[in-house]
Structures are given as structure tokens and as C-alpha cells.
Design a binder for this molecule. Structure first.
Ligand code: ADP
Ligand code: MG
Length: 358
């Protein structure tokens, strides 16, 4: 198990900065997700940790040892990719044995390590098969098995589940988590999928455009996003963002109507909140529908049943928002409903910078 520390790490392939000022401390045994949209620098960051790329600046420490100049094979990390990169002419057993044979471990030791990993991964009956005779999920398991047998200090995953169908992805999410619990090895998991990050990680590192936006537990990022990027990235349906005006008395006015209030009138205003134009962020599940005749009127545009509830698309003047509701009241397209925004639900963002201000 290892700690991984990045200090002011940057990277530029020649076409402008890809990573800037990355400071990150990954704790021993932790499962950290590097989450962000395609092209934001996730794989580059992982490859810097692995030693497959050299940083342009900054320092990388593994277990307190500076590794900037340490070759990948001497960092004692195992990588698992989306493309499984199995050797097609080798059986599962041979694929899983390969790295240990290169290290010239005794055959009996290799056999024991491979078979123990196979048990953990449910591969015992597939050890003599070749990759082409395996399903995608099984190949992914072999790729993990190959990493496990090396007993590395840490696992580095780069979107390992992207090639799998939705059901299998869900199952593998669970299996990777379970394996992490059993092995307790530090894991860094790159994903663009907010569901994977939310469900798997102890902590999420939200990346955008080569910089860290926020680091925290999944629930913390969900409840207390630092900016519009993090707020909009986590959650499905995503957070609503409404153009609003914050009046001096704490009223949040949207399309001429007071949709919500912030800060008790007697108390001081929340840090950074000034009256004026704001972006009002509202989670779809945090807004309630009022009994008839109450609340702020909005027009029902679309009703989408999801099985567990319904997503209601609403028009509020010229703006649109989505609600997620679990009740079964009849709702007709074109009907007017009343919205109630409970205290604590509104998040406020600076329209100029996207920074959270309340
Ligand atoms: P992600 O994994 O988040 O999708 P990457 O780390 O792969 O993003 O890429 C980040 C940026 O760096 C992209 O703009 C990509 O085009 C660029 N990039 C990645 N690898 C290279 C490379 N070997 N040479 C030049 N540019 C690269
Ligand atoms: Mg990538």
C-alpha cells in the first residue's frame, strides 16, 4: 500500500498546458476517482503517476520517495486499461503469470499467486482459455488478475469499464470495489462517468481543463460543489441553473417571481453573497410540488417516468427546469403546477466566474 503525492505538477505536450498546478495527496489504501470530461487531462495525470510520461514541472512522491526520475517498472504500480491489452496467443494463466515469470519468481510461487487471484476474480475455470474465448467482462477480470498477482503498491485504472455494456459495468463496479475492500490497496481510478465516481470512490478529484476543481467525498461534492463545473457534472438529471436576482432582503427572484429565500433576514449574509445577478442552482430532487393553488406557478412541458419516479420538465417564464418527484399525483402536459423550494436547497454561483457564493 502506498501514498501518492503530487506537488505543483504540470504537463505540456507542446500544444499548451494540459495539466496545471496539480496538488494532490492520495492516502494509503484510499480509492480515489479522477473525474472529468474527455480531454481534461485525466489519463495524462495517471500516466505521470505511472511514470509513462514525464512531468513538465513539479514533484511526484510515492511512499515519500521522489519518483520523477524512477522508471515505470521500478515504481511498483499496476495499470488496468480500457483496452485489456491481453496477449492473444497466451492462456489466461499465461497472461496472469507473465509479469511474475519476467521477475523470475519460482514456478510454484507463480502458480499459487495466479490461482489465488483467479479465485478472487472467479476465473478458476477459465485459466486454460485464450482471451478470444472470453466475454468482455471476463477479459477485464483477467486484466485485473494480471495486476493483482504482482501485488503492487497501488492500482491505476484508466476507464477500465468503458467497453462494457451497462449491466456488466454495474457488476464490475461492484467487483472492483469489493476487490479494493479485500486487498486494501491504494487505487486511482480515471473515469468520465459521474456515476462510477459517485458509487466507487472514497474521494473524487474533479478535473476540468487541466486543473483540479475540487477534491472531496462524493456526497460532499454533490451537496457542496465549489463551482458550476462540479455542480453540473454530478447528478442525473443534472442540477438546474437559473438566472436569478438576489434582492437585499434575501429573496431569489426568477422571472419576476420570488422562487426562494436565502439567509435569515436578521443574520449576516452568507460568505460572499452580495445582492445582484446570480446563478441559482437547484437539484431536481430538492424542489417540491405544492398542493394546488400554492407555490410559484410553472408550466408542465414534459413528463418522463423513470420507474422509480418521474422527471418533470417545467417552464418558468422563459427558463426551464427539471424536477424529480416520487409521488404519483396526476400531471398533464400544459398544466400549471406550484413549486416550493425548501430552505437549504438553493445554491448560488457567481455568473462571471462560476464560483459558488452561497
Ligand atoms: P482525458 O484522459 O481526460 O480524456 P488526456 O489526458 O488523454 O485526457 O488528454 C488531455 C489533453 O492532452 C488532450 O487535449 C489531448 O489531446 C492531449 N494529449 C494527450 N496525450 C498527448 C500526447 N501524447 N501528445 C500530445 N497531446 C496529448
Ligand atoms: Mg483518457
Amino acid at each position: 500500500m502506498a501514498t501518492i503525492t503530487l506537488s505543483n505538477v504540470s504537463k505540456d505536450y507542446g500544444g499548451g498546458p494540459v495539466l496545471r498546478g496539480i496538488d494532490l495527496e492520495i492516502r494509503e489504501g484510499e480509492f480515489v476517482a479522477l473525474m472529468g470530461p474527455s480531454g481534461c487531462g485525466k489519463s495524462t495525470l495517471l500516466r505521470l503517476i505511472a511514470g509513462l510520461e514525464e512531468p513538465g514541472g513539479g514533484q511526484i512522491h510515492i511512499d515519500g520517495r521522489l519518483v520523477n526520475d524512477v522508471a515505470p517498472k521500478d515504481r511498483d504500480l499496476a495499470m488496468v486499461f480500457q483496452s485489456y491489452a491481453l496477449y492473444p496467443h497466451m492462456t489466461v494463466r499465461e497472461n496472469m503469470s507473465f509479469a511474475l515469470k519476467q521477475r523470475r519468481l519460482p514456478p510454484a510461487e507463480i502458480k499459487a499467486a495466479v490461482e489465488a487471484a483467479a479465485v478472487k476474480l472467479g476465473l478458476t475455470n477459465l485459466l486454460e482459455r485464450k482471451p478470444k474465448a472470453l466475454s468482455g467482462g471476463q477479459r477485464q477480470r483477467v486484466a485485473m488478475g494480471r495486476a493483482i498477482v504482482r501485488n503492487p503498491k497501488a492500482f491505476l485504472f484508466d476507464e477500465p469499464l468503458s467497453n462494457l455494456d451497462a449491466r456488466l459495468r454495474e457488476q464490475m463496479r461492484y467487483e472492483i470495489r469489493k476487490l479494493h475492500r479485500e486487498l486494501g490497496a491504494t487505487s486511482v481510478y480515471v473515469t468520465h462517468d459521474q456515476v462510477e465516481a459517485m458509487t466507487m470512490a472514497d474521494r473524487i478529484v474533479a478535473l476540468n481543463d487541466g486543473t483540479i476543481q475540487q477534491v472531496g467525498s462524493p456526497q460532499d461534492l454533490y451537496d457542496n460543489p465549489a463551482n458550476l463545473f462540479v455542480a453540473g457534472f454530478l447528478g442525473s438529471p443534472p442540477m438546474n441553473f437559473l438566472d436569478a436576482t438576489l434582492a437585499p432582503d434575501g429573496a431569489l427572484v426568477v422571472e419576476g417571481q420570488t422562487l426562494a429565500r436565502v439567509s435569515p433576514p436578521a443574520g449576516p449574509p452568507p460568505t460572499g453573497v452580495a445582492s445582484g445577478a446570480v446563478i441559482l442552482g437547484l437539484r431536481p430532487e430538492r424542489v417540491a410540488l405544492a398542493a394546488s393553488g400554492e407555490g410559484v406557478p410553472a408550466r408542465v412541458d414534459v413528463v418522463e417516468p423513470t420507474g422509480t419516479g418521474r422527471v418533470i420538465h417545467l417552464g418558468l417564464g422563459a427558463q426551464r427546469l427539471k424536477l424529480f418527484i416520487m409521488d404519483t399525483r396526476p400531471l398533464a402536459v400544459g398544466e400549471t403546477v406550484g413549486l416550493i423550494v425548501p430552505p437549504g436547497a438553493p445554491l448560488l454561483f457567481d455568473p462571471a466566474t462560476g464560483t459558488r457564493v452561497g
